[in-house]
Design a binder for this molecule. Structure first.
Ligand code: ADP
Ligand code: MG
Length: 569
């Protein structure tokens, strides 16, 4: 072996290790899911590379993951003949955290273990989860891509540092050797390991194997010879990708377990939709809505959660072309029958097949949400409270589905007490007054500010419902949502508010009289306020307040102006 070097972990790795070991002690078994899934990813990556260079396989094209136990030395080894790692890869992958948004994640940690352990589940624990059960981890690896590369050994006790050295390794790929802690005995039991593999890795298309001991030749009760069996590597998972199976043969539990692996979530999904699409474009998708928001939901640059497969071969994570940004909370995969296996991100970007799959998948998600809203109000409310503000980006981004998205929106309203957003536009329309042809709303800084805005006085007096909007995104939303089911959406703080038939003759006469009476005062106000206002006018809209500020129909609303100002415009 070559010179051994010692390196310190990046600070975040130390924090992560500490947090993980303390918060996941009741969920130890997930280390195997993570390590087997990494091994399977490595095999997938090699299979993908080998599509364009078959020689990468050498004389070993039978990709697999093997899990073995050595009770005497108290070790578990997870071994793959996948893509492997170069020395640089090892340094980058197993000493730092390369995930995007890592800083944000650490910024969110509170020091409260219960809270933080939830976060970590969403962050995804990955390779470092080995240290939940091991007091020493050794990684021996050799890259399949760099033919001149030597092997590399990485070793750590999961405290502050790791050691790295060049080694000779005959087989390409990676062996991960875990030396178990005293309290992790249960994982020396092969049946326990088989159980965990069945639970989490059943669907992996790479065979996960365990060694079956040979059975010696023997004799039965009557003295007949019974043939022995040689030892062999036995495949533990069925190896059939879950989404390729018939829907009717898949149990809810299988869907849920699969979700946990694709989404790196500890929780069950809220709902899912599994579709085989045939016709001009052929593909299968399996799309999940999580229960909880991922920790980086608000980062619009965050990786998307939909993986791309082509004919069951894994192609890439986070295929952003497959799902619009306003549905970035969706997790799952799309498996295309039509794309070429050597598809790149560039090809995906402007591609008829991608577009068809994206449109189809988007509709499926919107349909599944619509159905949830109809079937289970409570769960839909949970969804809305978690992801509603992301969905509100929809009308601006996706014109084709504007109406479908609008149906899914929920608002606070003068019809309800409290700030909970539970009123749909359809609910509103159903309650509209006779002669009312518009949907009225107000946008303000907070629910309280909206609720108490003087502009609502006339509406309260006439018993007309007004939607109360107070999220940052709402102004943006409403500037792209001007109509729903042929009804105009009208802000109550804008312009010369026309209540149409809702204004009776008496109101109009009174208004005219007042305008006459106050004419001189108005001119004096305008003169005194100068450039600060465009116009001062008399209104019959107010019943309790002396005055209020409104904007012209074509001008920026006061909310939008504040937003622009905040953005430094
Ligand atoms: P993730 O799998 O989400 O990328 P992990 O912490 O599980 O994060 O793994 C970190 C990285 O280490 C992987 O992205 C991969 O590049 C590398 N890696 C881990 N295990 C293996 C393996 N068995 N073979 C090759 N590379 C691996
Ligand atoms: Mg991983």
């Amino acid at each position: 072996a070559g010179q051994m070097e010692k390196h310190g972990f990046q600070t975040e790795v130390k924090q992560l290790l500490h947090l993980m070991i303390h918060s996941l002690y009741s969920n130890k078994e997930i280390f195997l899911r993570e390590l087997v899934s990494n091994a399977s990813d490595a095999a997938d990556k090699l299979r993908f590379k080998a599509l364009s260079d078959n020689s990468l396989y050498g004389d070993d094209s039978d990709l697999h993951v093997r899990v073995s136990v050595d009770k005497d030395s108290r070790t578990i080894t997870i071994s793959d003949n996948g893509v492997g790692m170069t020395r640089d890869d090892v340094m980058n992958n197993l000493g730092t955290i390369a995930k995007s948004g890592t800083a944000e994640f650490f910024g969110q940690l509170s020091g409260d273990e219960a809270k933080d352990s939830k976060l970590i589940g969403q962050f995804g624990v990955g390779f470092y989860s080995a240290f939940i059960v091991a007091d020493e981890v050794t990684v021996r690896t050799r890259s399949a891509l760099d033919k001149d590369a030597r092997g590399v050994e990485w070793r750590s006790q999961g405290e502050g540092d790791f050691e790295i050295a060049d080694i000779d390794k005959a087989r390409r790929g990676t062996d991960i050797i875990l030396h178990l802690k005293d309290d992790a005995d249960e994982f020396l039991d092969e049946n326990r390991l088989r159980g965990i593999i069945n639970k989490y890795s059943e669907h992996l298309s790479i065979p996960v194997q365990m060694w079956k001991e040979p059975v010696p030749e023997s004799e039965d009760d009557e003295g007949n010879k019974v043939e022995g069996q040689p030892g062999e590597w036995e495949t533990v998972n069925s190896g059939q990708a879950l989404w390729t199976r018939e829907k009717s043969d898949i149990t809810d539990d299988e869907y849920k377990e699969f979700y946990k692996t694709v989404a790196h979530d500890f929780d069950e999904p809220l709902l899912w939709s599994h579709n085989k699409v045939e016709g001009t474009t052929e593909y299968t998708n399996l799309l999940y809505i999580p229960k909880r928001a991922p920790w980086d939901l608000w980062n619009r640059e965050q990786q998307h959660g939909v993986k791309l497969y082509v004919k069951r071969v894994f192609i890439m994570d986070d295929a952003e072309q497959l799902m619009p940004t306003y549905l970035r909370f969706v997790r799952g995969l799309v498996d295309s029958n039509d794309l070429p296996l050597n598809v790149s991100r560039e090809i995906l970007q402007d591609n008829k097949i991608t577009r068809a799959m994206r449109n189809g998948s988007t509709k499926k998600v919107l349909q599944m949400l619509k159905k949830l809203a109809k079937d289970d109000k409570e769960q839909y409310q949970q969804f809305w409270d978690t992801f509603g503000n992301v969905l509100k980006e929809g009308p601006a981004e996706d014109h084709t589905n504007r109406e479908r998205i609008a149906e899914l929106l929920r608002f606070a309203s003068t019809h309800n007490d409290g700030a909970v957003q539970s009123v749909s536009l359809d609910d509103y329309i159903e309650r509209m007054k006779e002669g009312q042809d518009k949907i009225f709303y107000i946008v303000a800084d907070s629910y309280e500010a909206a609720r108490n805005n003087p502009a609502l006085e006339i509406f309260n007096k006439k018993g007309i419902e007004v939607l109360l909007l107070s999220e940052r995104i709402d102004e943006w939303l409403m500037s792209h949502l001007t109509e729903f089911k042929e009804k105009q959406l009208q802000s109550v703080t804008r312009g010369d508010l026309d209540l149409g038939e809702l204004d009776d003759e008496e109101d109009k006469a009174e208004q005219e009289k007042a305008e006459e009476a106050f004419k001189e005062n108005l001119e004096r106000f305008e003169k005194a306020l100068g450039d600060k206002v465009k116009k001062v006018r008399v209104t019959n809209r107010l019943t309790n307040s002396p005055a209020c500020i409104i904007t012209d129909d074509n001008d920026m609303s006061t909310q939008m102006a504040k937003l622009m100002e905040a953005a430094g415009q």
